[in-house]
Design a protein around this ligand. Structure first.
Ligand code: TGC
Ligand code: FAD
Length: 388
């Protein structure tokens, strides 16, 4: 019997530091997340104090340099952290990936020195929570159509508009918001919670990512000082560069969700007997388990290679799209299939499959839908844009 989820010995490709970081996050998830996640998901509430806990284990902005509060780690380490967090729940990985890739990354990459010093250390420790506002009620897959706008007013700009589906908006101290200026050029602005005219209504009644707070961002003539504009980026490539980083993290993260489902299903299948023998001995159940470990292994290899390319700054957005699309699809399929191995017990909260499957419905939608990523690949291989 070989219950490993490292079937192709990919651990041999990791450094001792990678393995140590992974173990730290794995221990955190086993101790602090798995025992409580069903409770908060059932209650549809975010895990209290999660961001500070993530900060304490170095899971926020791990690749940001130490001088700004990060850990200065490489991209494989970032991926492994995301993988272990999502083994607990996609909401936990979401919290870490939004803070790291969608808030800290743009401030680090496009911000002024003053902005980096003011925000990054507090974001890294989890004392400050950030969110990322790109999607709007009328513009999801096509963010270039955004209506949110800034108008010049001397030493500040006036921000108007609305964003929706924003992870952590109800909890956030700051929001990195993408808005068009008077010339129609997309700019990034840092909006602070206490700015008059800024509100963050909560989105209720989700059947997915129930332990993650989601909400809107509403801007009603918000005065934003010009020093809060990200000075070093203009255009849609600003937010899309952040998405490259977050999508990369998701492609690793969902492996964790799949591994959690696989480990639970294998154990259950070996213990549960029907017709006088373990159900894992029936060919139809073995097909589900064998296909799951095959797909997990392929996804691990894809991520490891993508991570090495990213470390060399050679990963393309299209490669990242392919990995995000393939791996999320892999994970949602495994969650659904392996739930069946548990029969009726598979629908219960004490087992993770339904929760992972429901969460992954969001993951297959956000950061670019399954179909949008296919069209990105299609565009890359044919040179023909099928979006419009
Ligand atoms: P297009 O004309 O292709 O490109 C406009 C400019 O952007 C550049 N670019 C990129 N740059 C960096 N990274 C990328 N991935 C890039 N893709 C494109 C491009 O070179 C161009 O630059 P320039 O200098 O020539 O101006 O743009 P388009 O309007 O045709 O749109 C392309 C499309 C559809 C692929 C893109 O808009 C897209 O990816 N749509 C999906 C939207 C999306 O993913 N939204 C995510 C919102 S955030 C979120 O979901 C967070 S969930 C968080 C959680 O809880 O984990
Ligand atoms: P639409 O764009 O309306 O798409 C609907 C359907 O049409 C999809 O199946 C899509 O694939 C398809 N479609 C669209 N265009 C085409 C085309 N050209 N060709 C073929 N099919 C097409 N956004 C943020 O900015 N920040 C966040 O923190 C954030 N967090 C989120 C958290 C959750 C839980 C969820 C569910 C979403 C979050 N999002 C966030 C928004 C997310 O990125 C969008 O939902 C996603 O980009 C899709 O946009 P939409 O929902 O408007 O769908």
């Amino acid at each position: 019997m070989n219950p490993t989820t490292d079937y192709f010995l990919i651990d041999d490709l990791l450094t001792d530091e990678h393995k140590m970081i992974r173990q730290t996050v794995r221990d955190f998830v086993d101790k602090e997340i798995i025992p409580i996640i069903d409770h908060y998901a059932q209650k549809h509430e975010p895990i209290p104090n999660l961001m500070k806990q993530l900060g304490a284990i170095g899971a926020l902005g791990p690749y940001i340099p130490e001088e700004y509060g990060g850990a200065g780690l490489d991209q494989i380490a970032y991926g492994l952290i995301m993988q272990e967090l999502e083994r607990g729940d996609s909401a936990v990985r979401s919290a870490a990936s939004v803070q790291s890739s969608l808030v800290m990354y743009p401030i680090y990459s496009f911000g002024s020195e003053a902005q980096k010093k003011k925000y990054l250390p507090q974001l890294a420790s989890g004392e400050m929570i950030g969110c990322f506002g790109l999607t709007e009620p009328n513009h999801g897959s096509n963010p270039n159509g955004m209506e949110t706008n800034i108008k010049d007013a001397g030493d500040h700009v006036i921000l108007n508009g609305a964003k929706m589906w924003i992870t952590n908006s109800p909890l956030a101290d700051i929001a990195v918001v993408w808005a068009k200026d008077e010339e129609g050029v997309i700019r990034g602005v840092i909006v602070e919670r206490n700015m008059p005219g800024f509100s963050t209504p909560k989105t209720d009644n989700k059947w997915s990512l129930r332990a993650s707070a989601t909400g809107e961002l509403v801007f009603d003539n918000v005065k934003v000082p010009k020093e809060n504009i990200l000075p070093n980026i203009k255009g849609l490539k600003g937010p899309l560069s952040c998405l490259n980083s977050a999508r990369y993290g998701i492609s690793w993260g969902v492996i964790g969700a799949a591994v959690n489902c696989y480990e639970v299903a294998l154990k259950y299948g070996l213990e549960r007997t029907q017709f006088g023998r373990p159900i894992a001995g029936f060919q139809l159940q073995q097909k589900k388990l064998a296909e799951a470990i095959t797909e997990i292994t392929k996804a691990q290899l894809l991520c490891w290679r993508l991570g090495t390319l990213k470390n060399e700054d050679r990963a393309t957005p299209s490669q990242i799209s392919m990995a995000k699309r393939n791996n999320v699809d892999m994970a949602i399929h495994i969650a659904r299939e392996l739930r069946q191995v548990l029969g009726g017990m598979g629908i219960m909260g004490e087992f993770p499959m339904m929760r992972h499957a429901a969460n992954l419905e969001s993951v297959i939608t956000y950061e670019g839908t399954h179909d949008v990523h296919l069209l990105i690949t299609g565009n890359d291989i044919t040179g023909i844009n099928a979006f419009v």
